[in-house]
Design a protein around this ligand. Structure first.
Ligand code: G6Q
Length: 547
């Protein structure tokens, strides 16, 4: 692919950066009283405010020109057309079909996948409804009170994040649990307080070979079989997988198995049957609203002009900071305790997708690619790592997420929460100069000498960029919108960087080495010869400690 137009667009941006680097974000507001209206976009009740970025209309024009040079519109069309955009695995990435609630077809190899999608969606809904209503019960006729999802990575993070986010929508009669880590403490701590006769396990694994999930599923199976007998296993397990043959080997009944397809990437799969535990927890109707939120964003992404397109702007502003200001960290701070797992979910979505060092055709990338993604809910983060964000020497752009209204929490608390969110983005942008600090200290009665010596410590450089997404409340539809916005943002950036966001070869080497080391770790009689000195030394020390 000829990338000369992209290089030219990057060069134009670089020249522009040099021109506006000295302009402070706060001053841009003084120059343009309508800046907020001009640098914010609405999608239903959701508003994306990017006015607190160091960006002018010229910046946006140049970023959109970069997107056009990288053929964003053509690549977006290819994505939605079901082309094999995941070039290294020769697969489409058609997760948008999973949230398509219209009559519109989505085709893979010329075949409409929607009939299969609707069929599985209906089976998931009716199974979930039957569990919730107590029509499907355990082997001893007990109603299920606990549902444990066993999965990891893409088969865990999305549903676990959403179950927490949508906890007000959860049935009071059911508790949802998510077990992922191969560390036996994860499953052990979860099942310790559970009654096996009232527990349903959902094994979620696209491949049904993942070490962690298979180990946890085997131990959960033993938990059920030991307590209720081997014959009870069939009544206490369901599975979500593309490998129906392997699920059958495990002993899960065919009517409790929910399939999906290889055109659904793991970290894009929460819209599929991988959401089963979530559907059981919140019910099929709220889950459909979640899908509708994703669909809202798909429609917006394909139809809104590039300069008024939220995922496009999110992606381009990320490129602006990453490539023009060399910032390697991106912060996501939800002012919402129930979005506590959203940053972890985004870490996988963003870092596994765009943490790449070669282009789609295998050449080294010409620019920096995906940033480290990091975050915690506000206000907690303010009392932990915000110090560095305000006064550290490194700058990281921040996404603030906040609901206008609480879902069901105290409105007085919520007003404080919103005020904190706004105060932080204002403080990041404005900062406080040394002269301002000195004046404040003098007004507080400090001598000129004391004020001068304390002032550097109390000075804030400011001019730190952020975006804010504000929506009415964290309901299923807005959660669907948030997830899909970030999915498409990541896609937009992958197009600019010309990388494949749908594979994850970087996770393979460690898995392979683990398979080689596991027998040596498990069996003290095995030799460590041939291993590097550190690995051999650590195994020897462990053997010593475990004697
Ligand atoms: C996601 C990755 C990865 C995957 C897990 C679980 O995009 O592919 O996180 O989801 O490794 O895989 P299984 O669902 O196959 O168990």
């Amino acid at each position: 692919m000829d990338r000369s137009e992209v290089r030219a667009a990057f060069a134009a941006l670089e020249a522009h950066r040099a021109q506006i680097a000295g302009a402070r974000i706060a001053d841009l507001f003084d120059r343009d009283p309508r800046r907020f209206e001009r640098f914010s976009v609405r999608l239903a009740d959701m508003l994306f405010d990017y006015s607190k970025h160091k960006a002018t209309s010229a910046t946006i024009q140049l970023l959109v020109a970069l997107a056009r040079a990288a053929k964003l519109e053509e690549r977006r069309a290819a994505l939605f057309a079901g082309e094999k955009v995941n070039v290294t695995e020769r697969r489409p990435a058609l997760h948008m079909a999973l949230r398509n609630l219209t009559d519109r077809p989505f085709c893979v190899d010329g075949r409409d996948v929607m009939p299969d999608v609707r069929d599985v969606r209906a089976r998931v809904a009716s199974f979930a409804q039957a569990v919730r209503a107590g029509a499907i019960r355990g082997a001893r006729g007990e109603v299920f009170t606990d549902v444990v999802n066993i999965g990891i990575g893409g088969s865990d993070l999305g549903p676990a994040m959403a179950a927490r986010a949508l906890s007000p929508y959860m049935s009071p009669k059911l508790r949802g649990h998510f077990v992922s880590n191969v560390d036996g403490a994860d499953l052990g701590d979860t099942i310790r307080s559970l009654d096996p006769a009232r527990t349903l396990f959902v094994v979620s694994s696209k491949t049904f070979t993942t070490q962690e999930t298979m180990a946890n599923a085997a131990s959960a199976r033993k938990f059920v079989a030991d307590a209720l007998g081997e014959a009870a296993v069939a009544d206490h397990f369901a599975a979500v997988s593309t490998r129906l043959d392997k699920v059958a080997e495990f002993g899960i009944r065919p009517d409790r198995v929910f399939g999906f397809w290889d055109w659904v990437g793991g970290r894009y799969s929460m819209w599929s049957a991988i959401g089963l535990s979530l559907v059981i927890a919140i019910g099929p109707e709220p889950f459909e609203e979640f899908l509708r939120g994703g669909q809202d964003v798909d429609e917006h992404f394909v139809s809104a002009p590039l300069d008024a397109n939220i995922p496009v702007l999110m992606g381009l502003l990320g490129v602006w900071r990453r490539n023009m200001f060399a910032e390697s960290v991106h912060l996501v701070i939800p002012y919402d305790q129930r979005l506590a797992r959203f940053p972890a979910y985004l870490q996988q979505l963003d870092m596994e997708s765009n943490g790449k060092h070669v282009t789609r055709d295998g050449a080294p990338v010409a620019t920096a690619t995906g940033p480290f993604v990091f975050g915690e809910p506000g206000t907690n983060g303010q009392h932990a790592f915000f110090q560095l964000l305000h006064q550290g020497v490194n700058v990281a752009p921040i996404d603030f997420l906040v609901a206008a209204e609480p879902t069901d929490a105290d409105p007085v608390h919520h007003a404080l929460l919103v005020a904190n969110c706004l105060a932080q983005s204002e403080a990041m942008m404005r900062g406080r100069s040394r002269a301002e600090v000195q004046a404040i200290l003098k007004a507080q009665g400090l001598s000129a000498e004391e004020a001068a010596s304390l002032a550097p410590h109390k000075t804030f450089a400011g001019d730190r960029p952020s975006s804010t997404l504000m929506y009415r409340r964290l309901d299923p539809r807005n959660l669907g919108r948030l997830v899909a916005l970030y999915e498409h943002k990541v896609f937009v950036q992958s197009v600019i960087w010309d990388i494949n966001p749908f594979d994850q070869w970087g996770v393979e080497l460690g898995k392979e080495l683990c398979n080689r080391l596991a027998p040596i770790v498990q069996d003290p009689a095995r030799t460590t010869e041939g291993l590097d000195g550190s690995t051999a030394g650590l195994i020897a020390w462990r053997r010593h400690l475990s004697r």
